[in-house]
Design a protein around this ligand. Structure first.
Ligand SMILES: [Zn+2]
Ligand SMILES: [Zn+2]
Length: 325
């Protein structure tokens, strides 16, 4: 399966845990947490649809200012999702600056506060100096907090002595093309395949696609092409869990959204020798993270957010997690 999500640990395993996820073939990306983000190119920041904040300790939240600086002229809105209190904290950041020169700027920011049974959304605009906020509250049932034509994001509220969100991004369905049929039918691969995938994912199955063939362009309905060319398989799943205590309740919540994840990004703050400190601070040890990866049946595991005391001991961290690759 050719992956649709390309995740990148922006600050390596050692520093602020930030995972940038690019959506293949689209000017779209999401990011999990937003500590230091100097490792991102401006164009990567400009592609961001949404930032998902686990909690607002500084190492997970301070990069919002830098992102804002880069996207200030942007037409596409930015969505920020976070735990209880995120609305006031984002608005407080915005209100720290002077905005008398932004009246013509189209940027809108939507802040989504994830609570037990509701999502509280707030819109604020550069044109109004981020001074007014339009609020909207919606019941939350199930785990999904964000939807796009290519992905959805599920969240759970975990315990880090404060509410801390854990996230999974899921591809809605993975569309595979039968290469052998393309050749047999005399079709010539080209941009029309991307267009066909788009139509399938957005449900526009009656759209006519200009198919390039040996004998010229043939207009064919997407539904007909889908029938002969496409196999849909379960989509890719990438999980992000950081700053959590190793409690039964937290594990149960993680299992509810992240079983069989293709990629798991998980904090490994301490070695197991510090497990008592880990419980007090609401962090995981590498051994605990490895155990959770096993419980989730994660296919690939990436440690992150290693405490400075272990920065020269990454091999020990990986060994304790029992990572083979
Ligand atoms: Zn924290
Ligand atoms: Zn942290």
């Amino acid at each position: 399966m050719r992956p649709s999500f390309i995740p990148r640990l922006v600050n390596t395993e050692l520093y602020d845990p930030v995972v940038y996820v690019r959506v293949l073939n689209e000017k779209k990306a999401v990011m999990f947490d937003c500590g230091r983000v100097e490792g991102l190119a401006n164009r990567e920041v400009l592609d961001l649809d949404a930032i998902f904040i686990s909690h607002t300790h500084m190492d997970h939240f301070m990069g919002i200012d830098q992102v804002l600086r880069i996207i200030l002229h942007r037409r596409k809105p930015l969505n920020i999702y976070g735990p209880e209190g995120i609305t006031d904290k984002v608005l407080a950041k915005l209100r720290a600056y002077t905005w008398n020169l932004t009246k013509d700027y189209p940027l809108e920011i939507y802040i989504h506060e994830i609570l037990d049974s509701t999502i509280r959304s707030t819109r604020t605009r550069a044109a109004e100096g981020f001074d007014t906020a339009l609020r909207h509250e919606e019941d939350r049932s199930g785990h999904t907090i964000a939807r796009d034509s290519r992905y959805l994001v599920d969240a759970v509220i975990l315990d880090h002595n404060i509410p801390c969100l854990g996230f999974v991004i899921k591809e809605i369905v993975h569309v595979n093309i039968k290469g052998n049929v393309i050749t047999r039918r005399g079709y010539i691969p080209g941009a029309w395949i991307g267009r066909l995938k788009e139509c399938i994912l957005s449900g526009e199955t009656q759209t006519l696609i200009d198919v390039m063939t040996d004998s010229g362009i043939i207009m064919t309905p997407a539904a007909e092409l889908a029938h002969e060319l496409i196999i849909a398989t379960p989509g890719q799943k990438v999980a992000f869990f950081t700053d959590i205590a190793c409690t039964k309740e937290n594990i149960r919540h993680m299992e509810s959204i992240a079983l069989d994840a293709d990629m798991l990004f998980i904090e490994t703050y301490y070695l197991d020798e510090m497990r008592e400190q880990a419980i007090i601070k609401g962090h995981l040890t590498a051994r605990q993270a490895g155990m959770i990866a096993g419980r989730l049946r994660a296919k690939r595991v990436f440690p992150m957010h290693v405490s400075p005391r272990y920065h020269s001991m990454l091999n020990e961290i990986r060994a304790e997690m029992d990572i083979k690759e």
